[in-house]
Design a protein around this ligand. Sequence first.
Ligand code: NAD
Length: 358
Amino acid sequence: MGVFEAMGAEGEHEQVVFCEDKRAGLRAIIAIHDTTLGPALGGTRMWPYKTEEDALRDVLRLSRGMTYKASAAGLNLGGGKAVILGDPRTDKSEALFRVFGRFVESLNGRYITAEDVGTSVHDMEYIFMETKYVTGVAPAHGGSGDPSPVTALGVFVGMKAGLRAAFGTDSFQGKRVALQGLGNVGRNLLGDLVKAGAKVIVTDVDEERCERARREHGVDVVGVDAIYDVPCDVFSPNALGAVINDNTIPRLKCKVVCGGANNQLAEERHAVALRERGILYCPDYVVNAGGLINVYVEMEGYVRERALRMAEGIGANLERVIKIASEQGITTAAAADRFAEERIQKIGDVKKGFFGGI
Ligand code: NAD
């Protein structure tokens, strides 16, 4: 498939930039999907892609996803993403990230980068030496630090909106939550849920993390696969993508799916399957936007209280999405896309016309 054909297939991108520097060993692709709402923001992923086509497809898909996430979160940001073709364990160097930073700088702020799978805050510091268009840098450089408490808060308020829709009350008293993954997001979310009075059942591949959760919060621990069979009110994926699939959907015993993990649905059709089972799906990119909100606030001069306050708005965003789904008779996943697209169209219209200045 040709590059323009691929751009069309993955949703009408504005610009794709191929970057190479042989001496630094850099091969990267930057994709800018849509800048109607503002500069295209999205992390830089480093991955040993099998083929260039795989890398291109991934960056196009991910950058489009960022457009939707930013729009649904009410941010003045467009969607972008970058991929560096290489093995993060063996191919990283100062030169590689600094050259990449220069390519980012050449886009004059149309694309703003951040860390992602395979890159770290440390790598961002090299990029930061060459461009100011990077966010999620270390707190010592004015950065916002760990975004996961903000992400977890967004998931928590999203879950409350999910409870309101499914049960008519957002009280966690007497509610059972099956929590998958006790990493940065899951650990913070667990604290919020226990404090709110929920009965939480947890799992993680890391036994030490499970033990710590049991010790600190007195929660029950189940096996990694058994989490799908736990009778509960909410199933909360906070580990991997594609956990909502043909195998797991028939097993779920919940009324709501709401978690921080990215790309929870293995395929689009699984949103329909959840709906048919009477399970309310809280779309992942709507509820896990706290991380993006966090770096957005960093761009304006970081104040954690402001980031937390903005993340509280995720509850209202999800309510709108649920309302669209019920009014239009579509899945919440499709409704989230419509919600995001509608804002892009409306704000695009607001920006039309000449109102002085240059
Ligand atoms: P993390 O790596 O800190 O935590 C993931 C946890 O999941 C780890 O404890 C890991 O042991 C566990 N895990 C892995 N495989 C598992 C399995 N099969 N069953 C149960 N547990 C398993 O990652 P994180 O930062 O907490 O992010 C979690 C998810 O949320 C990811 O999908 C991430 O993309 C998404 N997300 C995170 C943020 C953020 O602010 N950190 C923001 C938006 C989205």
